[in-house]
Design a protein around this ligand. Structure first.
Ligand code: PNS
Length: 163
């Protein structure tokens, strides 16, 4: 029996910015997949704090040039992007039941758009259950120290932008 020797997944998101919760998920995904493609979705309807280039730079600094991690961005549909990379697995993290409905809708929409692309979920590490990019930004704006919740490169950039 032949076993495929390369399994990759796409880990899509806004990553505005990357948190330790994301990083934990990436590290754990690398125990399952040979390759993780972190893909920032460019959404013209959203007003992110960081530009795509800034987000890519922070992610790259945080994954420390791991050759099994690819960082990228895409516009348009995730299924089109996945197909263009010839990758059939999308990875999403889930923190709590409150994430479920949104993830459920996205998964079914993606499945409707392309039945060959499947989404798998990993639960966020317990330590990072309450770490969310949105609340991190709000906390920094209000003067909180979030250095235990985000990678160093992100903590620095947050202070630069928001303090
Ligand atoms: O980190 P986020 O904001 O929860 O990530 C959401 C994301 C980027 C995965 C989702 O918005 C997405 O896949 N966008 C690409 C556009 C798309 O494919 N839409 C159809 C499926 S809902």
């Amino acid at each position: 029996m032949s076993v495929p020797d390369k399994h990759a997944c796409i880990y899509p998101g806004s990553f505005d910015p990357l948190t330790n919760g994301h990083l934990d998920l990436i590290t754990r995904a690398l125990h399952i997949f040979d390759m993780v493609i972190i893909a920032i979705a460019v959404n013209p309807d959203k007003k992110p704090l960081f530009t795509v280039d800034e987000r890519l730079e922070m992610i790259r600094a945080s994954v420390e040039n791991n050759p099994r991690v690819i960082t990228d961005s895409f516009e348009g549909l995730l299924v089109d992007y996945a197909r263009s990379k010839d990758v059939h697995t999308v990875l999403r993290g889930m923190r709590a039941v409150s994430d479920f409905e949104y993830e459920y809708e996205m998964t079914f929409m993606n499945r409707k758009l392309d039945r060959n692309i499947d989404t798998i979920f990993m639960l966020t590490g317990l330590r990072w259950l309450f770490v969310h990019s949105k609340t991190i930004k709000a906390a920094v704006k209000a003067g909180a120290d979030v250095s235990s919740m985000v990678p160093e490169a992100v903590a620095r950039k947050l202070i630069e932008k928001l303090s």
